[in-house]
Ligand binder design. Structure first.
Ligand code: ADE
Length: 252
C-alpha cells in the first residue's frame, strides 16, 4: 500500500511515521510513504503558496495552483506504476479538515483496501475551494477539535490504516478482539508481576479457565463501553448472559 502526503511540512510526516510499527512496515516494504512538499510546485517568485481571502476575513488561504500541480505529479506517478499492471484507477484523495466526516475504525478498514492513498494537508485558514472540488474524493476529520494543520490527522489516519495491511502487525487483526469490534471497547490487560504495590491481578485471569476468562473480559468490555461510550453501547448486540450480568450490576 502506498501513501502520498501533500504537505508544507514533509519532515513532520516522515519523522513521525518512520519510527515504531509504521517505520518497520516501511522498512519491510509492506507500506510506502512519500511526503511531497506543496511549496515545490509554486510558480510564485517568492515561493508563496497562500494569499488573502476574497471577501475579507482573518488569515490566509492556500492557493489552488501549487496544490493542483502537486496532485498532478502524484497522479502521474501512480498512472505510470499502474500502466505496468494494466490498472487504470484514480487514487482516493483525502482532505484533512474539521468539516469532514469523522474518522472511525470502519473507515480505516475500508481505506486499507486501496492500493494508493493521497492525503492533502491544509494550513492557514484553508485551501481554495476550486482545487478541492477538482481533486478531493473524501473529506475527513479526526475529531471535534481544531488543529493547526492536517499533518497530525494524516499521520493518525496512516497509522490506523496501516494496522489493517497484512503483515504490519505480528498478530492477525482479522481475528481481532480490539476496541470497536462489535461496538465494544477492549477489556483491561495485565502482565507480570502478579502483585504490584499491593494490587493483585484479577484472580480469574490466573485460573486458566478459558470460558470464565472470556466471560470476565466480555463483562469488562460491557462496563467500559456503558460508562465511556453510551452512544456505542446502544448498538451492542446483547445475549442472555450479557443481560444477566448487566441486571446484576444495575445497568440498563
Ligand atoms: N485540520 C485541523 N483540524 C482537523 C481535524 N480535527 N481533523 C482533520 N483535519 C484537521
Amino acid at each position: 500500500m502506498n501513501f502520498y502526503v501533500m504537505t508544507l511540512f514533509p519532515d513532520m510526516i516522515v519523522n513521525g511515521l518512520n519510527t515504531s510499527i509504521t517505520g518497520r512496515a516501511i522498512e519491510n516494504g509492506l507500506i510506502s510513504l512519500e511526503a511531497v512538499n506543496i511549496r515545490d510546485y509554486t510558480l510564485d517568485k517568492h515561493n508563496h503558496v497562500d494569499d488573502y481571502p476574497y471577501g475579507g476575513g482573518a488569515g490566509m488561504v492556500m492557493q489552488a495552483q501549487p496544490v493542483y500541480d502537486c496532485y498532478k505529479s502524484i497522479e502521474n506517478k501512480i498512472k505510470k506504476q499502474n500502466e505496468q499492471s494494466h490498472i487504470n484507477k484514480k487514487p482516493r484523495v483525502i482532505f484533512l479538515t474539521p468539516t469532514g466526516k469523522t474518522f472511525n475504525q470502519q473507515m480505516a478498514r475500508d481505506f486499507a483496501a486501496e492500493e494508493n492513498l493521497v492525503f492533502l494537508c491544509g494550513h492557514y485558514e484553508g485551501i481554495d475551494q476550486r482545487v478541492l472540488d477538482m481533486i478531493v474524493t473524501d473529506n475527513v476529520s479526526i475529531g471535534d477539535y481544531v488543529l493547526t494543520g492536517g499533518e497530525l490527522p494524516a499521520m493518525v489516519m496512516i497509522d490506523a490504516i496501516s494496522r489493517h495491511v497484512k503483515g504490519v502487525l505480528n498478530n492477525d487483526i482479522s481475528a481481532e478482539t480490539e476496541s470497536f469490534t462489535d461496538n465494544l471497547l477492549e477489556y483491561p490487560q495485565y502482565t507480570r508481576p502478579e502483585e504490584f504495590m499491593g494490587v493483585k491481578v484479577p484472580e480469574v485471569l490466573l485460573s486458566g479457565h478459558h470460558a470464565n476468562i472470556e466471560r470476565w473480559r466480555r463483562n469488562q468490555s460491557l462496563i467500559r463501553t456503558y460508562e465511556n461510550r453510551p452512544d456505542m453501547f446502544e448498538n451492542v448486540e446483547l445475549d442472555k448472559k450479557d443481560r444477566k450480568f448487566l441486571m446484576e450490576n444495575n445497568i440498563k
